[in-house]
Ligand binder design. Structure first.
Ligand code: PEP
Length: 251
């Protein structure tokens, strides 16, 4: 059966000291608590090794926010999947809308990054989602379908390692959340798209997370939907208490 997951995306926030303190605080809050989801924190590259040293792997998984599409070599400033893996990380966010929008990442590059992640034993948290115009002009189902289809050259075994995050771009960092019904409709659509390609078993076992202004006050309603398997959390993951409030939405 698929896993419930709450994953934090810290983006370009926190200094190293602040990040280690935040990770430590989350770890402390989770200690001795029985929670009903996997918890992952995805942190800046610079923080991975130090954060890994203060979290307990049975409580918190560790992820990066990106990785290179290349294996290694003359790519100044890039960070490879094998480098990420060598820090102790287990996951990597790929295709976040901010990467697509500000850094021009396209489907071809995202497939190459996904191959790099999988080859190096990292689980991709693969983000998809429409912009406001696509929501308003009614093309959102097709847009998200084609983003998911970008991965359809993966083998079934490879695809079964993917976590999908549906993040409507108009809801990210805006305070405007998709309704639980909008999230459920899209998650069911994504699951159907996956089922048509990879069959029922893989579709049923794929965790599909919702992301976009998720907070302790709305997480419970969104997570209660049958096709919503947790959240990818931006702003509310930057404070241990609010992140914990979202984790506890799975009671
Ligand atoms: C995100 O960027 O992945 C995200 C969901 O951000 P926020 O929760 O701040 O909307």
């Amino acid at each position: 059966m698929r896993k419930n997951i709450v994953a934090g995306n810290w983006k370009m926030n926190t200094t190293l000291d602040e990040g280690v303190e935040l990770a430590n605080d989350i770890n402390t809050l989770l200690k001795g608590k029985k929670v009903n989801c996997d918890v992952i924190i995805c942190v800046p590259f610079t923080h991975l090794t130090s954060v890994n040293a203060v979290i307990e792997p049975e409580l918190i998984g560790l992820g990066a926010e990106n990785c290179s599409e290349h294996d290694k070599g003359a790519y100044t400033g890039e960070v490879s999947a094998s480098m990420v893996k060598s820090t102790g990380a287990t996951h990597v966010i790929l295709g976040h809308s901010e990467r697509r929008q500000y850094f021009g990442e396209n489907n071809e590059q995202l497939l190459a990054k996904t191959h790099q992640a999988l080859t190096n034993g990292l689980k991709p948290i693969f983000c998809v989602g429409e912009v406001l115009e696509e929501r308003e002009n009614g093309t959102y189902n097709d847009v998200v379908k084609s983003q998911v289809e970008a991965l359809f050259s993966l083998t079934p075994e490879e695809f079964s390692k993917i976590v999908i995050a549906y993040e409507p771009v108009w809801a990210i960092g805006t305070g405007k959340t998709a309704t639980a019904e909008q999230a459920e409709d899209m998650h069911a659509h994504i699951r159907k798209v996956v089922e048509e390609k990879y069959g029922n078993e893989i579709a049923e076992n794929t965790s599909i997370l919702y992301g976009g202004s998720c907070k302790p006050s709305n997480a419970k309603e969104i997570f209660s939907k049958p096709n919503v398997d947790g959240g990818l959390i931006g702003g509310a993951a930057l404070q241990a208490d609010s992140f914990m409030g979202i984790i506890e939405a799975f009671d």
